[in-house]
Design a binder for this molecule. Structure first.
Ligand code: AP5
Length: 203
C-alpha cells in the first residue's frame, strides 16, 4: 500500500497519564506532524451518539480495549484527510500486538514506536489531579486501576514486541513536561527527512 508511504508513521505509547497527548501536541507545534489520538477518535464517535458509540462508551468506562476494526477504521479515515503532512503521531495505538499487525498489513508500516515510560505512582497522581476537571468518564480511581491493568497485560507486550524488532525509542516521562520534551526534541530533530517514494514513469 503506497497511500501513506511518503509520510512518517510514529506509534506513541505509554501508560494512562504518561503524557502522550501533552507531548504529541508539542511535537505538532514544532514539526507539523498530525496528531491522531485513538482515544480522542473513540470519544468523538461516542459523542456522535451512534449505536457503535454506545458500545465504545461502555468499553471505555470499563477500561478495556474496543475491537480493533473500529479503531483501525477511525484512524485510516482520519489519515486520509492529511495527505500532505510530514508524518503522523498515532497516539494510544497499537494497544495490543494484533492491532499493530493488522494496521501495518492494511494501512501502512510504522517507522518507530515512541514509548513514554512512567511509573504507576506518577501516572495515578496526574490522572487523579486531572479527574477533577476532565469530565472523562474513565478518570475515576476504579477505572484508572483497570486502565493500568489493561496496559500491563495487553500493551507492554506490544512494546516488547517492537523492541525485539529494534523499533522502540524510549523516553523517561516521569519528569516535568519540558524536560521530557527536551528528549523528544533531540529525537525528532535528529531524524533524517523521509522522502516521498518516487513513482516510476512508464512510457
Ligand atoms: P486514551 O484516551 O488513549 O487514554 P490513556 O491512554 O489512558 O491516556 P490519557 O489520555 O489519559 O493520558 P496521556 O498519556 O495522553 O497523558 P496526558 O498528556 O493527557 O484511551 C482511553 C480509552 O480508550 C482506553 O482505556 C480504551 O478503552 C480506549 N482506547 C484507546 N485507544 C485504543 C486502542 N488503540 N484500542 C482499543 N481501545 C482503545 O496527561 C495526563 C495528565 O497529566 C494531564 O492532566 C496533563 O496535563 C498532565 N501531565 C502530562 N505530562 C505531565 C508531566 N510531565 N508532568 C506533570 N503533569 C503532566
Amino acid at each position: 500500500d503506497m497511500e501513506f508511504s511518503g509520510q512518517r508513521i510514529v506509534f506513541v505509547l505509554g501508560g494512562p497519564g504518561s503524557g502522550k497527548g501533552t507531548q504529541c501536541s508539542k511535537i505538532v507545534d514544532e514539526f507539523g506532524y498530525v496528531h491522531l489520538s485513538a482515544g480522542d477518535l473513540l470519544r468523538e464517535e461516542v459523542a456522535r451518539g451512534s449505536e457503535k458509540g454506545q458500545l465504545i462508551s461502555e468499553i471505555m468506562k470499563d477500561g478495556r480495549l474496543v475491537p480493533q476494526e473500529i479503531t483501525i477504521q477511525l484512524l485510516r479515515d482520519a489519515m486520509r484527510y492529511h495527505k500532505d503532512c510530514p508524518g503522523f503521531l498515532i497516539d494510544g495505538f497499537p494497544r495490543e500486538i494484533q492491532q499493530g499487525m493488522q494496521f501495518e498489513k492494511e494501512v501502512v508500516e510504522s517507522d518507530f514506536l515512541l514509548f513514554f515510560e512512567c511509573s504507576e505512582e506518577v501516572m495515578e497522581e496526574r490522572l487523579l489531579k486531572r479527574s477533577k476537571t476532565s469530565g472523562r468518564a474513565d478518570d475515576n480511581i476504579e477505572t484508572i486501576k483497570k486502565r493500568f491493568g489493561t496496559f500491563v497485560e495487553k500493551t507492554l507486550p506490544v512494546i516488547n514486541y517492537y523492541g525485539q524488532h529494534d523499533k522502540v525509542k524510549k523516553i523517561d516521562a516521569n519528569r516535568e513536561v519540558n524536560e521530557v520534551f527536551t528528549d523528544v526534541l533531540s529525537l525528532f530533530g535528529g531524524l533524517p527527512a523521509k522522502k516521498a517514494t518516487k513513482i516510476k514513469k512508464k512510457n
